[in-house]
Design a protein around this ligand. Structure first.
Ligand code: FAD
Ligand code: N01
Length: 586
């Protein structure tokens, strides 16, 4: 708990979340002289990297790009050991940042923000908090299903070393002039309601809530449900140690090799010397990390040239593969060339042709579902004790006391791992009870999110979102998107303070335009053709709308900067007396 225990109405800004977004937002606002406090359900900083401790968890964007750029000393002092760092190292990095900038004194851990109510008379948000249940929950062998440490109130988690307990304060009400939601795009795990979950007598785990003490899977019979990035990384990491591994795959995924490796001292020094250029190039790129973007459409009559280009990209590894040509996400034929090339690589890596076919994505365009970056995934299927189950034709019917029943057959296992994804982009926001002017945000977004620039939503004043829906967010290197939003929000609040303004709101007509722009851009691409979490398609009953801004990070930043310098086009401002006043440019 902060030493200033009674922040109450004197709090300028409350930040919800202490992952990379919340940590940086807290730092920047505090540096700018605002009284700010943050909350997180977790017992530590790190967000994604605090929760997702499953075996094999690591980044799919190279760590020298997936790291903060805002502090030169931090860049120079921190050494990344590998090209793609693993979860423990990234969590250590988050802890290092928290120590370096003394962040913990203004963060209440193990505390969930339950509701936000806009008080029109006082022009403040009322923020109700509750203690969060201990994280790193044990497996639910008692039949209760996996406890959701993130959304269920209960016993507060043990604070990590050096962190202050907030147990005494959790459960109280706070007020703040502004609230910044740094709640994460992938922070609410999706737990399918599979019948019989409570009957399973073995151990049931979720990749997104892996026990902190780890799980020894050696010599055990394990089932994994789900073959997205989390599933693919887990399967690869545990395959060798299990006695039997049964994978329930509903949809196969495209995976590009990571070619992960240890970074040499020379490589690290070279990056450090070049950080200014690297960061600028990332900010100027469409994905938030500089790749060798193709400069034109896929040539129709040059197969040898195309094969050479794709060979080179495959050898380089990573997500830049899909950027080979400018029309990959708009021209089905171009997309299919890259997809078929990736399938051919699967056929090379899996000995059994039938298995290779089962592992080959055929039902959606490449990159319309998030691609994976793998290290030896497909080779796992050559192990005799690894079995692939086609859950698209032989669906999981139920869990039984001894395992999984699918396609009329029973499969006995000791452990089931759910790698079933997240209620992405809107889940963490709508699970907070947010009310303004008699309307809840969940009601407003019932048919899909509506935002202006992914930063605000009309009717909810002084509520800002970092990497919100309809911003590039998950289609980019998130660090670039996070830093841009945090810097922009800090600039906005500083400008308002300088000009005596206390209220900002998105204009409804600007929001309508922005929603239309988003839908038009996504609609002109192949992106909506995948039944992806980008579309909300993984959540039963969720409206299918393409949620991230698909026009590229550089385009987005250009647009936001344009509107900001055009007197904050699309926003409405007022002062303490309620008088509407223009903010001017920033
Ligand atoms: P998060 O890290 O999700 O943090 C949000 C925090 O808010 C959480 O700690 C949560 O507990 C807290 N919170 C939410 N709601 C509440 C509430 N009501 N009250 C209190 N606290 C709350 N992105 C990339 O760009 N590159 C990658 O390689 C990459 N790898 C990933 C790997 C995995 C396994 C996952 C799941 C995601 C990955 N991502 C990656 C996306 C990743 O989420 C972002 O890169 C980044 O970590 C998001 O930071 P954040 O602070 O915005 O959100
Ligand atoms: O989740 P997912 P994830 N029965 O939604 C299946 C980031 N990330 O956690 O595709 C059977 O992609 C589901 O099947 P289907 C990254 O942005 C990054 O793996 O819906 N199967 C799918 O196979 C990523 O995209 C890394 O048919 C069921 C899987 O579960 C995002 O997080 C690592 C099912 C879910 O895949 C989410 O990835 C990890 C059911 N009832 C995460 N319900 C890096 O490498 C769901 N599935 C950096």
């Amino acid at each position: 708990m902060s030493t200033e225990t009674d922040m109450g109405a004197e709090c300028d800004v409350i930040v919800v979340g202490a992952g990379f977004s919340g940590m940086y937002q807290l730092h920047r606002l505090r540096e700018a002289g605002f009284r700010v406090h943050a909350f997180d359900t977790a017992a530590e900083v790190g967000g994604t990297w605090y929760w997702n401790r499953y075996p094999g968890a690591r980044v799919d964007i190279e760590s020298t790009h997936y790291s903060y750029s805002f502090d030169e000393d931090l860049q120079q002092v921190w050494d990344w050991s590998e090209r793609y760092a693993a979860q423990p190292e990234i969590l250590s990095y988050a802890r290092h940042v928290a120590d370096r900038f003394d962040l913990r004194r203004d963060i209440s851990f193990s505390t969930r923000v339950e509701s936000l109510d806009w008080d029109e008379a006082n022009q403040t948000w009322t923020v109700r908090t509750a203690p969060a249940e201990a994280s790193g929950a044990s497996p639910a062998s008692d039949g209760a299903g996996i406890r959701d440490a993130r959304t269920v109130a209960g016993t507060p988690a043990e604070p990590a070393n050096g962190t202050a307990s907030c147990a005494a304060e959790a459960g109280r009400t706070w007020t703040a002039r502004f609230v910044v939601l740094a709640t994460g795009c992938l922070s609410v795990p999706q737990r399918p309601r599979i019948p019989g979950m409570e009957d399973f007598a073995g151990e049931l785990y979720s990749t997104a809530d892996w026990p902190h003490e780890g799980v020894d899977l050696s010599g055990r019979r394990v089932a994994v449900v789900g073959t997205g990035s989390s599933g693919i990384q887990t399967i690869t990491a545990i395959a060798e140690q299990t006695a039997e591994l049964r994978i329930f795959q509903r949809t196969p995924n495209f995976a590009i090799p990571a070619h992960n490796r240890t970074l040499t001292a020379e490589e690290r020094a070279a990056v450090k010397a070049d950080y200014a250029r690297i960061r600028a190039a990332d900010r100027a790129s469409g994905l938030g990390f500089a790749t060798h973007d193709g400069t034109g459409p896929l040539p129709a009559d040059a197969p040898a040239e195309v094969a050479r280009e794709l060979d080179e990209r495959w050898a380089r590894g990573g997500l830049g593969y899909s950027r080979a040509y400018t029309d990959v996400m708009t021209n089905p034929e171009a997309n299919e060339v890259l997809a078929e090339y990736a399938r051919a690589r699967i056929r090379e890596r899996v000995s059994d042709p039938e298995l290779a076919e089962l592992l080959s994505p055929r039902t959606y365009p490449l990159a319309s579902k998030r691609m994976c970056v793998d290290t030896g995934y497909f080779e796992v299927y050559d192990l005799d004790h690894v079995h692939l189950h086609d859950a698209s034709t032989h669906a999981i019917e139920r869990f039984t006391e001894t395992g999984v029943r699918a396609g009329g057959e029973d499969f006995d296992v000791d452990v089931i791992v759910l790698a079933t994804g997240f209620d992405a982009m809107t889940g963490a926001i709508t699970s907070i009870d947010i009310t303004a002017g008699g309307e809840t945000l969940a009601q407003k977004w019932a048919h899909g999110p509506r935002t202006y620039l992914g930063l605000m939503t009309a009717g909810f004043p002084n509520l800002l979102t970092i990497t919100g829906p309809q911003s590039p967010s998950v289609l980019t290197n998130m660090m670039v998107s996070i830093e841009y939003h945090v810097d922009w929000i800090t600039r906005l609040l500083t400008t308002m303070r300088e000009r005596g303004l206390t209220r900002v709101e998105a204009r409804a007509e600007a929001e309508d335009d922005w929603v239309r722009v988003n839908n038009d851009i996504a609609g002109a691409s192949l992106m909506p053709q995948g039944a992806s979490w980008y579309m909300g398609a993984n959540i039963p009953g969720k409206e299918r709308v393409f949620m991230p801004f698909a026009g590229g990070s550089h385009t987005y930043i250009g647009l936001v900067e344009g509107y900001t310098s055009a007197n904050h086009h699309g926003f409405r401002f007022a002062d303490e007396a309620g008088a509407q006043r223009p903010a001017g440019a920033a």
